[in-house]
Write a protein that binds this ligand. Structure first.
Ligand code: C2E
Ligand code: MG
Ligand code: MG
Length: 495
């Protein structure tokens, strides 16, 4: 201001001022320097105008341009603006977002029979309910009439995961919107049709495209009978439906205990040392389901906790049963433990209680952890592992080489064994990189004072190569496939 007055004899602009009563208000000021005939500065003249009312009118205009006055939600324009940013964010951070196009099924009839005032009340309630279904940084917009769009951001990069997350929000919306609306003396009911699409697949997508897809999906939901949720992509719809059916079945499976353990031999140069237990699901309507299909889902849904406990319990009971059979008493069992299981606060006591309950010898129990476990608080992992080791059991690091273990962490973990991932073993004879990694794991194990075992050993040539680089413990089809208990016991007695 002074700079301008001294050079140009004038300044004008907005300033924040304070009234005598302490209120802050925006003021327009125009200040001019006044000089006498000799050009000497004599005084300044300032005119001031209180512009608070103009400011609030401007704010109002701005608000009206970007928000819906009835529900106070962002309007189409602001939604498109945010969508544009969200698409850019997805490209930058490798994530996905979803648009859920929500249309109330019976609003028009209600509006006509109830009158517009009551109709407005219903829309306001619907808007408030929609807000409860999303996080603060997600957007709920009203496009007009009874059409709303919910934009959720920061979803998983995997399309199936993102779709599952979006579907969960869709179900929640369905549920909150179908609760009764108390308006006047009556309770009104309404359902909604929801169309879902993901965005963030293509970086160059325009903002109109996802919105159009979501709208088309919403019309499909209407056409299919209303009160439904539809994905734009039919294939996505199928995948999400299959997955929710699987989740439902899995809950039932845990309740009814439809699982069995298979035992896969682990051997070394002296003979059979034990087995890894691998869980199988005996689905009532399908053949045996592989754990690669249901373990990830069990982890996501938390079902891994009761399932994992059952696996541990069954394996320990088996160890106790073998302890009295001279030909089997020396065998160890390796049990896979998911990160989620291990993170439970009372995991150590659970394991200890299981050992006591079953009477298993802890020396015969080995827990297999994966590198994915190590992404969080390593200190507390070390504390838990040490506590468990003090009971006598041991630890193996499964699928080693596929994760991102920091070598300095590795040094501090109280591990007993590294398990070379089958991915490296598979091409060990033909791929020099895989062979180099296997060599590295063996050398690393040696220098850290750990044992090493290779999994996925399918041929004599694999075994010979591994022996040549210093790995003398194996698991794989060459020796035995995972077997049902009876078959494994027969195998063990003959081996
Ligand atoms: P994993 O712990 O790395 O188990 C090894 C997998 O490799 C098993 O697959 C096994 O059948 C397979 N395999 C063994 N030898 C060979 C071979 O020579 N060639 C080939 N191609 N494959 C071989 P499976 O039984 O399908 O289990 C897959 C994964 O599921 C396991 O990988 C483990 O991560 C998980 N899993 C299995 N049972 C449990 C469990 O009780 N709890 C938890 N948390 N995860 C489990
Ligand atoms: Mg394993
Ligand atoms: Mg493995």
């Amino acid at each position: 201001m002074w700079h301008s007055i001294l050079r140009e004899n004038n300044w004008h602009g907005e300033i924040w001022n304070r009234r005598k009563n302490g209120d802050i208000f925006p003021m327009w000021s125009d200040i001019s320097a006044v000089k006498d005939a000799d050009g000497q500065l004599t005084h300044y003249v300032a005119t001031c105008t209180d512009i608070s009312s103009r400011k609030s009118a401007e704010d109002q205009i701005n608000y009206l341009a970007f928000y819906d006055p009835l529900t106070h939600l962002p309007n189409r324009r602001l939604l498109l603006d945010r969508l544009e940013q969200a698409i850019a964010t997805c490209a930058r951070h490798q994530c996905k977002g979803a648009l859920l196009y929500v249309d109330l099924d019976n609003f028009k009839t209600l509006n006509e029979t109830l009158g517009h005032f009551q109709g407005d009340l219903l829309l306001e309630m619907a808007a408030k309910r929609l807000m409860t279904c999303v996080r603060d940084d997600d957007t709920v917009a009203r496009l007009g009439g009874d059409e709303f769009v919910v934009m959720i951001e920061h979803l998983n990069f995997s399309a199936l995961d993102a779709a599952t997350q979006a579907e969960a929000v869709g179900h929640k919306i369905h549920q909150v919107l179908s609760q009764s609306y108390p308006i006047g003396p009556f309770e009104h009911h309404n359902t909604s049709s929801i169309g879902i699409t993901l965005f963030g697949n293509e970086a160059l997508e325009t903002t109109e495209e996802p919105l159009k897809r979501a709208e088309m999906a919403m019309y499909q939901a209407k056409a299919a009978g209303r009160n439904l949720l539809r994905f734009f992509d039919a294939q996505m719809q199928v995948m999400v439906t299959v997955r929710s059916a699987l989740e439902r079945d899995l809950r039932e499976a845990v309740r009814q205990n439809q699982f069995v353990l298979h035992y896969q031999a682990q051997v070394n140069t002296c003979g059979l040392t034990g087995a890894e237990v691998l869980v199988r699901w005996q689905h009532p309507k399908r053949k045996m389901v592989s754990p690669t299909e249901f373990i990830p889902l069990a982890e996501e849904t938390g079902l891994i906790l009761p399932l994992g406990q059952w696996v541990l319990e069954t394996a320990c009971a088996q160890l106790a049963a073998w302890a009295v059979q001279p030909t089997l008493a020396h065998l160890t069992l390796a049990v896979n433990v998911s990160a989620k299981q291990f993170y439970q606060e009372d995991f150590v006591t659970q394991v200890q209680a299981t050992l006591v309950r079953t009477g298993a010898n802890p020396q015969r129990l080995k827990l297999e952890l994966t590198e994915s476990l190590l992404v969080t608080d390593v200190e507390s992992i070390i504390i838990k592992m040490s506590a468990l080791k003090s009971y006598g059991l041991s630890f193996s690091l499964d699928d080693f080489g596929t994760g991102y273990s920091s070598l300095s962490y590795l040094k501090r973990l109280p591990l007993d064994q590294l398990k070379i991932d089958q991915g490296f073993v598979k091409n060990i004879l033909t791929d020099s990189n895989d062979a180099a990694i296997a060599r590295m794991v063996v050398a690393l194990a040696e220098s850290l004072g750990l044992a090493v075992i290779a999994e996925g050993v399918e041929t004599k040539a694999h075994q010979e190569f591994l022996a040549h680089i210093g790995c003398h413990a194996y698991q794989g089809y060459l020796f035995s496939r995972p077997l049902a208990l009876e078959d494994f016991e027969k195998f063990a007695q003959q081996y």
